[in-house]
Design a binder for this molecule. Structure first.
Ligand SMILES: CC(C)(COP(=O)(O)OP(=O)(O)OC[C@H]1O[C@@H](n2cnc3c(N)ncnc32)[C@H](O)[C@@H]1OP(=O)(O)O)[C@@H](O)C(=O)NCCC(=O)NCCS
Length: 197
């Protein structure tokens, strides 16, 4: 009986209007165009951009949302950083999230939330300890991000203290964390790139 009900439910379930997927190199042009539409060209002036420049995102943590035809309608990426040092003077590995953006014509359909949840599940699965970001607390608090855990950390450039938020994936990971956020991820120009003769 349960199996029959499952079939009936599946028959009536609406086809999802979007899926969350891993970003591929073929998505880069569409992702950049989406970011320009959603955030404008001044997005490249942000302090977070300094951390991203010349780096690759953390392994497995560049995600896109696709519509039914496979078009990119949302993006989120996370980056390896050092989040200052602990009280014992040890550097603290963490992730910096951003940018998160959804195509303006698809806002309010839960795509941003789905990207956030998928990214945080994947970050946990990969055993990261904490995620930081700069964004609107009114949006990110629903995913567990608060300013308190980032209160002794600074971005390498201008930022608003009340928008600098953190989420611990492992309890106590950011205890005592103080200092500057520094990029620590893989560099873009890796050996094996295609070179002219
Ligand atoms: C912010 C953004 C990613 C949200 O994506 P989305 O797919 O529309 O979000 P969801 O559908 O999952 O959630 C919508 C909810 O978030 C709220 N919301 C959206 N942006 C918000 C913001 N900046 N501050 C507070 N709440 C916000 C909406 O009011 C809505 O609330 P409701 O559920 O009570 O109706 C998207 O609006 C966007 O790309 N904005 C431009 C880029 C940007 O600013 N990115 C960084 C965010 S600080």
């Amino acid at each position: 009986m349960a199996a029959v009900l499952d079939v009936v439910r599946a028959f009536f379930a609406p086809t999802p209007t979007f899926v969350i997927d891993v970003e591929t190199p073929a998505d880069v042009v569409a992702r950049e165009a989406l970011l320009d539409r959603a955030m404008g060209p001044e997005r490249k002036m942000k302090s977070s951009e300094k951390i991203r420049q010349g780096r690759l995102p953390a392994v497995g943590l560049a995600l896109v949302a696709r519509d039914r035809s496979g078009r990119v309608i949302g993006t989120v990426r996370l980056w390896n950083v050092e989040a200052g040092v602990s009280r014992e003077g040890q550097t603290i590995d963490a992730l910096l999230l951003g940018p998160l953006a959804v195509d303006p014509s698809h806002e309010g359909k839960g795509i941003g939330s789905a990207l956030m949840r998928a990214a945080l599940i994947e970050a946990r699965k990969r055993e990261h300890g904490a995620v930081l970001l700069v964004g609107d607390a009114a949006y990110y608090e629903r995913f567990g991000f608060f300013a308190e855990k980032a209160q002794h950390l600074v971005m390498p450039g201008p930022f608003s203290r009340e928008r600098f938020l953190a989420l611990e994936l492992k309890a106590g990971w950011l205890d005592g964390a103080a200092g500057m956020i520094v990029a620590s991820g893989r560099k873009l120009s890796q050996p094996g790139r295609r070179r002219a003769a």
